[in-house]
Design a protein around this ligand. Structure first.
Ligand code: ARG
Length: 459
C-alpha cells in the first residue's frame, strides 16, 4: 500500500508502478535516509510533536535498521515498496506501530530525498577524493622512478622537442591537482541542508533548521525552501568534476596506449596488467587503458543527461528529478573505480629507457636548439628559424641528423656556425637549457617533483 493511498479509489496499474518506483536503485540511499530520519525525529521531539519516549523508540529502531542494512545492503530489494523512504517508514511501522506513523510529520519526501542524496554525495565525493590522491601518489612515484629518463615530446603527434618522462607524468599531476581543488569547491558548495523545507513551501513544524543541519554534519541550512527541494546543482557539479577528471584520465590513457605501441615502444606494460588476443599469440594489449578511455565516454554521457533532465524543470519538485540518481550513482562508481585502477596499474608500467632516448634524438627534435644557437651568435630568431628550416631540408635529403653534418656543410647556410655547434646539438644540452620555471630541464623537473610532493603532504 503506497504511503499516499488515501486519496485514491482505484488500484495502481502494475505497469505504472514499475515505471514509477525507484526502490530498485534508490535503496543505495538507505543509510542516509535513516540518518536523516533520526535527526528529524530529534527535531520533532524538540518541537513537542513527539515525546521523549517516542523519539527514543524511533531512534533505536532506526539504529537497528542501520545495522541490518550494513549487514545486507540489498535488504530493501526483498520488498515491493515504492522507494527507500517508504521502505524505511514501512520497516518502522512493522516494528513500532503507531509511533512510526508520526515520523513523517512536517517533512516531505521532497526535502528528504534532497537531503539523502546530498549526504550520499558528500560521503562518496570524499571517497573519490581519497582515490584521486592515491592516483596522484602513484604518478609521483612513477615520476620519481623515471628520474632523468628522456622521451620525445609531441605536438600534432609529430616529434617536437625532447622532454623528461617525469615531466610528462608531472603534467598529469598538475591536472589531477586541479581536480582535487574542483572537488573541494563542489564539496564546500554542496554542504547545505535541505531538510525542514517540506514539500516546497517550508515546514509547519517549529524545528530549528540550523541545529538540524548541524546534527547532520552540514555547514549550513538551505535558505529558500523552493530552491532547497529542487536544487541538484551538486549532482551537476560533481558530474562535471568527474567528467573533467575522467578526461584527464582518458588523455593519459591515450598517451600510454601510444607509448606502449609497437610503433613507439617507449613504455612497457607488465604482464599482470595486460591482456592477450584469442587469435594472435604475439599480442599484448593495453586493455586497461582503453577501458579507462572508454569509461570516460560513459561518464561524460551522465553529465549531459543530468543537465538535460534539469534544464526545463519548473520550480519546485518534479518527478523528472528521480532521474538524477541512476546515472549519477554509476558515474561516481565509475570515477572511483577508474582512479583506483590507475593507481594499481601505474607501478606495472616501465620505461624502455634506451628506445625512448634514441627516439628523442630522432626527428630533428634539436632543430629549435640550433635556432637558439644562431640567436646566441647574434642572428634574429625569425632569420634563424628560416636558416634551420633549410638545414633540416638539406639534412633530410642526405638522410642524416643535424649533428652529423660537417662544419663545411653548416657554414654554407650560415657563417655564424662554428665548432661549438656540436655540443649545443646534444640532447642533454637542449634539455639543460629549458631551465625556466615549468620547463623540462632536469633541475626544474626535480624541483617540480619536490613541490608536487609538498602539495601532496598539505592536502
Ligand atoms: N523517489 C523520489 C525521487 O527520487 C522521491 C521523492 C518523491 N516525491 C514525490 N513528491 N513524489 O525523487
Amino acid at each position: 500500500m503506497a504511503m499516499w493511498g488515501g486519496r485514491f479509489q482505484e488500484a495502481t496499474l502494475a505497469e505504472f508502478r514499475d515505471f514509477n518506483d525507484s526502490l530498485s536503485f534508490d535503496y543505495l540511499l538507505a543509510q542516509q535516509d535513516i540518518q536523516a530520519s533520526r535527526a528529524w525525529a530529534q527535531q520533532l521531539a524538540q518541537a513537542g510533536i513527539i515525546t521523549q519516549s517516542e523519539v527514543d523508540q524511533l531512534d533505536s529502531a532506526l539504529a537497528d535498521l542501520a545495522v541490518a542494512i550494513d549487514t545486507d545492503p540489498k535488504l530493501p530489494l526483498q520488498t515491493s515498496e515504492e522507494d527507500i523512504h517508504s521502505w524505511v517508514e514501512a520497516q518502522l511501522t512493522a516494528k513500532l506501530g503507531a509511533v512510526a506513523k508520526k515520523l513523517h510529520t512536517g517533512r516531505s519526501r521532497n526535502d528528504l530525498v534532497a537531503t539523502d542524496l546530498r549526504l550520499w554525495s558528500k560521503l562518496n565525493a570524499q571517497t573519490v577524493r581519497q582515490s584521486l590522491l592515491g592516483a596522484i601518489a602513484a604518478l609521483l612515484s612513477f615520476a620519481e622512478r623515471a628520474g632523468t629518463d628522456v622521451m620525445p615530446g609531441y605536438t600534432h603527434l609529430q616529434r617536437a622537442q625532447p622532454v623528461l618522462v617525469a615531466h610528462w607524468a608531472l603534467a598529469y599531476v598538475e591536472m589531477f591537482k586541479r581536480d582535487v581543488s574542483r572537488l573541494d569547491d563542489a564539496l564546500a558548495r554542496m554542504d547545505v541542508c535541505p531538510l525542514g523545507c517540506g514539500a516546497l513551501a517550508g515546514t509547519g513544524v517549529a524545528v530549528d533548521r540550523v541545529a538540524l543541519a548541524q546534527s547532520l554534519g552540514f555547514a549550513s541550512a538551505a535558505l529558500n525552501s523552493l530552491d532547497a527541494v529542487s536544487d541538484r546543482d551538486y549532482v551537476v557539479e560533481l558530474s562535471a568534476a568527474a567528467s573533467i577528471c575522467m578526461t584527464h584520465l582518458s588523455r593519459l590513457s591515450e598517451d600510454v596506449i601510444f607509448f606502449c605501441s609497437g610503433e613507439a615502444g617507449f613504455f612497457k606494460l607488465g604482464d599482470a596488467i595486460s591482456s592477450g588476443s584469442s587469435l594472435m599469440p604475439q599480442k599484448k594489449n593495453p586493455d586497461v587503458f582503453e577501458l579507462l578511455r572508454g569509461k570516460t565516454g560513459r561518464v561524460l554521457g551522465h553529465l549531459v543527461a543530468i543537465l538535460h533532465v534539469l534544464k526545463g524543470l519548473p520550480l519546485a519538485y518534479n518527478k523528472d528529478m528521480q532521474e538524477d540518481k541512476q546515472g549519477f550513482f554509476d558515474l561516481m562508481q565509475t570515477w572511483q573505480q577508474s582512479l583506483l585502477v590507475l593507481a594499481t596499474v601505474l607501478p606495472h608500467l616501465s620505461v624502455n629507457v634506451q628506445q625512448c632516448r634514441q627516439a628523442a634524438e630522432l626527428g630533428y627534435s634539436n632543430a629549435t636548439d640550433l635556432a637558439d644557437y644562431l640567436v646566441s651568435k647574434g642572428m634574429p630568431f625569425r632569420d634563424a628559424h628560416e636558416v634551420v628550416g633549410e638545414l633540416v631540408v638539406y639534412a633530410a635529403k642526405q638522410q642524416q641528423a643535424l649533428e652529423a653534418l660537417t662544419l663545411d656543410e653548416f657554414t654554407q647556410f650560415s657563417s655564424l656556425i662554428s665548432e661549438d655547434v656540436y655540443p649545443a646539438l646534444q640532447l642533454d644540452a637542449g634539455l639543460l637549457k629549458r631551465a625556466a620555471l615549468g620547463g623540462t630541464a632536469p633541475q626544474q623537473v626535480l624541483s617540480a617533483l619536490q613541490q608536487a610532493k609538498q602539495w601532496f603532504e598539505s592536502v
